[in-house]
Write a protein that binds this ligand. Structure first.
Ligand SMILES: Cc1cc2nc3c(=O)[nH]c(=O)nc-3n(C[C@H](O)[C@H](O)[C@H](O)COP(=O)(O)OP(=O)(O)OC[C@H]3O[C@@H](n4cnc5c(N)ncnc54)[C@H](O)[C@@H]3O)c2cc1C
Length: 363
C-alpha cells in the first residue's frame, strides 16, 4: 500500500474546539460548518445528544414558535435581560427554519411548541449528526475533556489520551441533571478553575414531594387543566402557571408544578408556599421539597452570567473561551425554552469566534 506523505502537514491550532456534543455543542458545530469555521467536537459519551433524545418524553420539543419578545417575557428576569441579544439574533423562527432545512418535517402545536412530525427526538438528533458527517466535522466521541489550559497563543485542551491545540474553546458541557447522559458538571469545574464565579447548581423544573394521602392515592393520574400558584409569606400570589398536573407516589409533577418550582428555585424558597389545583381539588404545600437535581429537567445555576458577555458568550476573564447552553446560569420554563437557549447561545458564540478569527484574535 502506498504511504501518504505527511511532510506538508503543519502543526496548526484548531480554530474552535467544542467541548460537549449535546444540544448546544451540536448546534454550534452546525453553525460553524455553515460559516466555514474549522471546528472539532469532543463528547464524553459514545454518541452525541443523549439528553436531547430524552426531551419531551422522547418527542423533542425543540423550540416555541412565538415572538422573541413573548419568549423573553416567559423567561422572566434576570435570565431574560441577559439572554435577549442572543435570542433576538437567533429567534425561535430561525431555529424552526434551521431544523426544517435539515430535512426534518415539523409539527406545530396550537401554543407554538415545535416537535419533529415523527414524534421522535432521534429524528432531530440524527439530522444534526448527518449534517456534521456530511460537512466532515471531526467528532471525538467517547473522549471526555479533562482540562482546558489557556496559553499565550490559544488553549491546550487535554483528554485522557492526548492534547489538542485550539485557538478558541467553547464549553458546552451542560448542567448537572441526568448525569447518565454525560452532563456531570465538568464545564462548571473548568470555569471555576479559570477564575469564573459559579452560581450554586440546584434543581429546576422538577416535581415537589408531598406528604398527602389524597395525592398518593391518585398516583398515576394526570390532569391537563391544573394550576399551580406560588404564594409569598403574606399569602399573595407572586407567580402562577396553568397546565398539566400529575400525581406521583411521592408528590406532584407536571408542567404547571415544574414552572412554579423553577420560579422558586430562581427567586428563593424562603417564606414561599404553593397551591396546586387539579381535578376540582386543591393542595396547599407549606413546605416546598423539590426532587433531587439529578432528576431535574434543567439546572438552575452554573457559570455566572456576570462573567460572560451576553452579546458574544465569551468569558470576561479568559479571551477566546466561550460558554453556551445549560453550563451557564441560564434556564427557562418548560415548552422548548431550554433547547432554544442552548441553540441561541451556541450560535452567538460561533459568530463571535468567526469575527475573532477574521480580526486575528488577541494574538
Ligand atoms: C427529561 C428531560 C426532558 C427535557 N425536555 C425538554 C424539552 O422538551 N424542550 C426543551 O427545550 N428542553 C428540554 N430539556 C432540557 C434540555 O434537554 C437541556 O436544557 C439541553 O439539552 C441543554 O443543552 P446543553 O448542550 O447545554 O447540554 P446537554 O444537552 O446536556 O449536552 C452536554 C454534553 O456535554 C457532554 N460533556 C460533558 N462533559 C464533557 C467533557 N468533559 N468532555 C466532553 N463532553 C462532555 C455530555 O456528555 C453531553 O452530551 C429536557 C431535559 C430533560 C432532562
Amino acid at each position: 500500500m502506498k504511504e501518504r506523505s505527511n511532510q506538508n502537514l503543519k502543526h496548526e491550532p484548531v480554530p474552535l474546539a467544542i467541548v460537549g456534543g449535546g444540544a448546544a455543542g451540536m448546534f454550534a458545530a452546525a453553525v460553524a460548518a455553515e460559516r466555514k469555521v474549522g471546528c472539532l467536537v469532543f463528547e464524553r459519551k459514545v454518541r452525541l445528544g443523549a439528553k436531547m433524545l430524552m426531551t419531551a418524553n422522547g418527542r423533542c420539543n425543540f423550540t416555541k414558535d412565538i415572538s422573541p419578545e413573548a419568549f423573553l417575557r416567559d423567561l422572566g428576569d434576570p435570565v431574560a435581560e441577559w439572554a435577549a441579544p442572543a435570542l433576538r439574533n437567533c429567534p425561535p423562527q430561525a431555529i424552526v427554519r434551521g431544523v426544517r432545512s435539515l430535512g426534518v418535517k415539523l409539527r406545530r402545536m396550537p401554543d407554538g411548541r415545535m416537535f419533529p412530525d415523527s414524534g421522535q427526538a432521534a429524528t432531530v438528533v440524527h439530522a444534526f449528526g448527518d449534517l456534521l458527517r456530511d460537512e466532515g466535522v471531526p467528532l471525538c466521541v467517547n473522549c471526555p475533556v479533562t482540562g482546558i489550559q489557556p496559553m499565550k497563543n490559544g488553549f491546550i485542551v487535554a483528554t485522557e489520551r492526548f492534547t489538542l491545540w485550539a485557538k478558541n474553546v467553547l464549553v458546552a458541557t451542560g448542567g448537572l441533571s441526568f448525569p447518565k447522559t454525560g452532563s456531570v458538571g465538568d464545564g462548571q469545574d473548568f470555569a471555576r478553575r479559570l477564575g469564573h464565579r459559579i452560581e450554586p447548581c440546584r434543581a429546576g423544573l422538577t416535581g415537589l414531594e408531598v406528604r398527602d394521602r389524597a395525592v398518593a392515592a391518585q398516583a398515576g393520574a394526570r390532569f391537563d387543566d391544573g394550576e399551580a400558584r406560588v404564594l409569598d409569606a403574606t399569602g399573595r400570589t407572586v407567580f402562577s402557571s396553568t397546565g398539566e398536573v400529575d400525581c406521583e407516589a411521592w408528590g406532584l409533577s407536571g408542567a404547571a408544578v415544574y414552572n412554579c418550582q423553577r420560579w422558586v428555585a430562581r427567586h428563593g424558597y424562603a417564606g414561599m408556599s404553593m397551591e396546586v389545583s387539579f381535578g376540582g381539588q386543591s393542595v396547599l404545600l407549606r413546605q416546598l421539597l423539590p426532587r433531587p437535581l439529578k432528576e431535574a429537567i434543567v439546572t438552575v445555576g452554573g457559570v455566572s452570567r456576570e462573567d460572560v458577555d451576553p452579546a458574544t458568550m465569551m468569558s470576561r476573564k479568559v479571551p477566546g473561551l466561550y460558554f453556551s447552553g445549560e453550563v451557564l446560569d441560564v434556564d427557562g420554563p418548560t415548552g422548548g425554552y431550554n433547547l432554544t437557549l442552548a441553540f441561541a447561545t451556541a450560535r452567538a458564540a460561533v459568530v463571535s469566534v468567526q469575527s475573532r478569527l477574521r480580526d486575528g484574535g488577541a494574538w
